[in-house]
Design a binder for this molecule. Sequence first.
Ligand code: ITT
Ligand code: NA
Length: 198
Amino acid sequence: QTIVIATRNSGKAKEFKKMFAEKGYQVKTLLDYPEIPDVEETGKTFEENARLKAETIADHLKQPVLADDSGLIVDALGGRPGIYSARFAGEPTNDAANNAKLLHELTGVPKEKRTATFHCTLVFAAPNKKSLVVEGNWSGEIGTIPRGENGFGYDPLFFVPEEQKTAAELSDEQKNEVSHRGQAVAKLKNQWVEWLEN
Ligand code: ITT
Ligand code: NA
């Protein structure tokens, strides 16, 4: 069985491949469909953007498609970068520049005020069906120096107090067990068989 995920983010793709392989599914992403144009993320919420991506590509391919819209919500920044996390430092996405901008904006903010949440909304869409929506949240703190080589995006700055490690210092397996995306996928796996049958 193959599942199509409407993403061109290779970090997300790697995590989804691992999480669905456990269930015996193969994952294809838009990296496998270079001819499909990017969907413009014009929504005002994670859910609106995930819906845009999933529903547009499901219509295009005439088959079920999953999309992920995610980002980092930093309390001391009034929730920014939020839905703009991928393009915080401008387009195209540059993880190093995004992390540098985040550190710069948090200069002088003390540890107890550096709380943040990773959010993930997943939308599973299929032609002529009502979409399935699930979400996950992961709380942590923004560090002062990047640490770790794993993961992607803001992982080197996202400190996980329970583990005393950054998300980039966790193995892929460890991150998937607790992350915003891992929590959302767990909910999806509980609901999608019934959803596909109805
Ligand atoms: P697609 O739309 O093609 O899926 P994207 O990177 O543009 O790729 P989003 O619009 O959902 O996806 O932006 C998500 C951004 O949030 C991503 O680029 C990272 O900067 C950040 N992010 C999301 N999940 C993350 C994670 O698990 N670890 C680190 N950063 C993450
Ligand atoms: Na995007």
